[in-house]
Design a protein around this ligand. Structure first.
Ligand code: SF4
Length: 425
């Protein structure tokens, strides 16, 4: 029996790729996934049958290495490879070979409005067409494994994918409005668990803060999240290898809650199973939570079976800038926290602390001069760890003009420096 709607469609029900993520100029796949190819597009699905990537194979597609990615928050993000390839291209300012172009307002330095590009938008029509063709072929006499894949994909129609993203927010008690920049190391594929809400400062410039004062969640709340997340991620949990302990200042929650959560998640999400790479643990911290963190916390973190990345919001080392953005910390504290960041990254092979500073047309030359001096004069021996991220202010005009300024600072820095774009889960 022939299935005209399935002509020229190639199914790979389960493809195995390495689990370890490597940075490459071409999009690599990781873990176990399903692939459907037509003559014009490549569609990638996770083990639950949820669409994850679409890559164009036709002449209208902007670049063979560009692709669309659907996040667990159900955003379609376009991965552009920019207009210069190789080491002088996007990797020199993002640390990755692609630029995530977001479908919602953020702090872009280079705005790519992919909605206005028919060559990209046609991919969504192709996805709808594929879904319709698969729907029509469900009852056909296909191989049982292909039938099973099709039924998984059918269950995860657009309405269901939206519902699942809302369900994720319900489980963790809110949306993750910003991910740490270090999550780029796992292509932003993390399992979120919220251990504390609110933050210590409520800075004026911040576009992701919540109105809540800082408060910790209970151990019961965390266990409940873990149990529900395990069900929510289903079979695809085997492809996930990273935990984000949120929200905006999880470091302030203290060693007991952090280590408890990381250990429980490690067991429940089967991180102990033989995966090829050490799981990542990501969290945000603040100047005060880093300064208040005792030696024991880092000792305990170093005993965990994770590679831990803690990202600290410094914003500026200039007093008038801190005042301008209404961040209630003084320069001496920023300097002390910066020094502590270097010491921790130097002391532990499996803990890395990274830091964020601001960029923007609105900021003074004192801000840039003091930042360049700090990064130029740093005495960290481990020059490859403890990256610095420069985050454009959201309403910064002349965004692309920020890049030369970024390179001016990067070229003076003894630490790696990258751009930080605010991405939600
Ligand atoms: S920058 Fe960090 S500390 Fe300041 S308001 Fe935003 S989340 Fe809170």
């Amino acid at each position: 029996m022939a299935f005209p709607n399935l002509n020229n469609i190639a199914f790979s029900v389960e493809k195995q790729s390495p689990v370890t993520i490597t940075k490459a100029t071409f999009p690599l796949r990781y873990g176990t996934y399903s692939e459907i190819r037509t003559s014009e597009y490549e569609f990638i699905f996770n083990l639950n049958g949820e669409i994850k990537f679409i890559r164009g194979l036709n002449v209208n597609w902007p670049h063979p290495a560009a692709q669309l990615k659907r996040t667990d928050g159900n955003d379609w993000v376009y991965y552009s490879v920019g207009d210069v390839s190789g080491d002088g291209g996007i990797i020199s300012w993002m640390g990755e070979y692609y630029l995530p172009c977001l479908p919602y307002p953020s702090n872009a330095v280079w705005e790519v409005n992919y909605f206005a590009n028919p060559g990209i938008m046609d991919a969504f029509a192709a996805w709808s067409q594929l879904y319709a063709n698969l729907y029509g072929a469900q009852k056909a006499g296909l191989h049982p494994k292909i039938k099973d894949l099709i039924s998984r994909i059918m269950r995860n129609h657009d309405g269901e994918l939206y519902k699942r993203s809302q369900k994720l927010n319900t489980i963790i008690g809110g949306r993750v409005t910003v991910l740490p920049p270090d999550t780029r190391h796992v292509d932003y594929e993390i399992i979120p668990i919220i251990i504390a809400d609110g933050c210590l400062y409520h800075c004026d410039f911040c576009c992701v803060k919540s109105a809540q004062n800082f408060h910790k969640r209970s151990a019961n709340d965390i266990i409940e999240q873990i149990q529900q997340l395990k069900v929510h991620y289903g079979r695809n949990i085997q492809n996930l290898n990273a935990l984000f302990i949120g929200n905006h200042d999880a470091l302030a929650a203290g060693d007991e809650l952090i280590c408890f959560t990381a250990s429980e998640a490690f067991k429940s999400f089967f991180f102990e199973n033989a995966r090829a790479m050490t799981p990542f643990l990501f969290l945000f911290g603040s100047v005060d939570s880093l300064l208040n963190s005792k030696h024991e916390l880092f000792e305990k973190l170093s005993q965990l079976p994770y590679y831990t990345c803690i990202n600290i919001g410094f914003e500026s080392i200039d007093a008038s800038t801190l005042n301008f953005i209404q961040k209630p910390v003084d320069v001496s504290k920023v300097r002390a926290a910066f020094q502590k960041m270097l010491e921790i990254s130097d002391s532990y092979t499996n803990i890395e602390i990274t830091g964020n500073f601001l960029m923007g047309e609105q900021l003074s030359s004192e801000h840039y001069q003091s930042l360049a001096k700090l990064l130029r004069e740093t005495s960290s021996p481990s020059k490859k760890r403890g990256a610095i991220y420069l985050s454009p202010l959201k309403d910064s005009p002349k965004k692309r003009e920020l890049l030369p300024r970024f390179f001016e600072i990067k070229n003076q820095s003894k630490l790696p420096v990258y751009i930080y774009l605010i991405q939600r889960l």
